[in-house]
Structures are given as C-alpha cells and as structure tokens.
Design a binder for this molecule. Structure first.
Ligand SMILES: NC(=O)c1ccc[n+]([C@@H]2O[C@H](COP(=O)([O-])OP(=O)(O)OC[C@H]3O[C@@H](n4cnc5c(N)ncnc54)[C@H](O)[C@@H]3O)[C@@H](O)[C@H]2O)c1
Length: 260
C-alpha cells in the first residue's frame, strides 16, 4: 500500500465552510493531512487564501473559494466551482456560523435573531441543497453539520444561537432520513467551549469583570476546554468510511459537559 492510501480520507473531495479560522480551519487542515482534497469556503479572502497556501506548502491539495453560505446565488456558484475544479464532492462540512449577541430574549434584537438564523440554519440548508445533487451523482457522500452543546441543553444568554443550533441538530436527523437511500450520511458535532474568535469576547469580558470563568472548567468532567483539533478529529471520523454505518447522530465533543 502507498502512504497516500493509508490516510483516512484519501482520494475524497471535501468542502469545508467557515474555513478561514477557528474550528473550520482545524477541520480543513485535518482533512488535508488525511489525504482529502479540500475546497475551503469563507467570507474572508485573506485568511482563507493563507490557509490554502499553507496546506499546499505542506504537500496537501486545497482551493480557496469566497462566498456567503446563506445566499443561494453563492452556494450554487460555490458547488459548481468545486465540481469544476475537482470533478465531484464526497464530503460537506457545514461549519460556518455566527454568534452576534449575548443577551436574553428581552434584549436580543430582531436583526441579530435574523442574522443568526440566516447563517447558522439557512446556510446549512442552502449549502446542502447545492451539494447533495453532486453527492447523488457521485454515488453517495457524508455531511457533517456543526451544531453545539447549546443545541442540546440550555445555556445562558444566547437564545437565537441556541435555537439555531437546535434547528441544525434536528435538520441533521431529518436529512439523514431523506438521503440515506442515496448513500448519503448526515451527522452533526455538538462541541462545548473551544476558545476561538466566536467566543473570545465572552472570555475576555468575563476576565475583565473578574467573573470566575474557571468555574466553566468544573462543568466539564474532563476539567478542560477543547482545542480546535478535538473537533477536527471527530469530523474526520464522521466524514470517513470508518463511520459508514453511522447517520443521524448528534455527537457531543464536549469533555463530558452534557453528561452532567
Ligand atoms: N468555538 C466554540 O466554542 C464552538 C462551540 C460549538 C459550536 N461552534 C460552532 O462551530 C462553528 C465554527 O465556529 P468557530 O468557533 O470556529 O467560529 P469563528 O468565528 O472562529 O469562525 C467562523 C468562520 O465562519 C466564517 N463565516 C461566518 N459567516 C459566514 C458566511 N455567511 N459564509 C461563509 N463563511 C462564514 C467566518 O468568516 C469565520 O471564518 C460555528 O458554527 C460555531 O457555531 C463553536
């Protein structure tokens, strides 16, 4: 066997949204290390292109595509660009997401509610809608959606975000039912806290205001927060043929947070 064929995603064509930083970046890097060719999709050209250049300089294969996952004109163009470049799509990671406000329902603006739902829910719908026909043509595929522990249990001051991640969880199960017959598996990851741009302001504010942010650690039986790579490893597993009989699963990647 060649070294290439030992890799867990060898020969797969993968699309990762929200790839320019955070969890998406770790997933794109992890996929490339496991032999996938990765179409990296984000709104931010500079960091996305830097990521692709870095993957290529390490011997991987990736392209950078810029667009909004929640605009149908963009998602159709992006899916065409991937198949134009790589010929087909085997894996879709719907990772792009936003968390514009941290308030109770009483102080969440309509605009923040709409933007959260637009990106976090409509983005998963539109990317899936654009890519699934390509997976059907290819004879099957694997979709990994990014939910969150907030889609499974109640956390303070994030009503729109929690509702959006709960929607992603049930949409995952729903699509798993509709497309199992096309050999398309649809699963989701539900991470707990991993410090990235999406929640760094929360940690900074807690520290600034002298809040005992370390109490968060006690809510995790493993007593530490996650790293982007913890989430990437789970994404690699669900996207790979090792998970070939797993669909409709919402997998917590949370240091045990939802166990207690
Ligand atoms: N970090 C955590 O603790 C955590 C926990 C649970 C779930 N998540 C989820 O994981 C995903 C990634 O989060 P992260 O922490 O890496 O966030 P991040 O803010 O670091 O990265 C998000 C990326 O998505 C891109 N993006 C945002 N809107 C987009 C759009 N409309 N079209 C295309 N790209 C867009 C951004 O440009 C950015 O590169 C999100 O869905 C988030 O809700 C994160």
């Amino acid at each position: 066997m060649t070294e290439q064929s030992d890799k867990r995603l060898s020969g797969k064509i993968a699309v990762v949204t929200g790839s320019a930083m955070g969890l998406g970046e770790a997933i794109a890097r992890g996929f490339a290390r496991q032999g996938a060719k990765v179409a990296c999709i984000d709104l931010q050209p500079a960091p996305n292109e830097a990521l692709v250049a870095d993957i290529k300089s390490g011997g991987g294969d990736a392209i950078s595509l810029i667009g909004d996952v929640a605009r149908a004109a963009d998602t159709e163009r992006l899916a065409k660009a991937v198949t134009g470049h790589y010929g087909r799509i085997d894996i879709l990671v719907n990772n792009a997401g936003v968390l514009p406000s941290r308030e109770t329902v009483l102080h969440t603006s309509e605009a923040d509610w709409d933007e959260t739902m637009r990106v976090n829910v409509k983005g998963v719908f539109l990317m899936s809608k654009a890519v699934i026909p390509e997976m059907i043509k290819a004879g099957g595929g694997a979709i990994v959606n990014m939910s969150s522990i907030t889609g499974l249990v109640g956390l303070p001051v994030r009503p729109a975000y929690s509702a959006s991640k709960g929607a992603v969880a049930i949409l995952t199960k729903q699509m798993a039912v509709d497309f199992g017959g096309d050999n398309i598996r649809v699963n989701a990851l539900s991470p707990s806290f991993v410090i990235t741009a999406i929640n760094k302001p929360m940690f900074d504010k807690m520290k600034e205001e002298g809040e005992p942010w370390e109490r968060l650690l006690d809510m995790h039986p493993l007593r530490h927060l996650g790293q982007p790579e913890d989430v990437a490893h789970a994404a690699i597993f669900l996207a790979s043929d090792e998970a070939s009989w797993i669909t409709g699963v919402i997998l917590p990647v949370d240091g045990g947070y939802t166990a207690c």
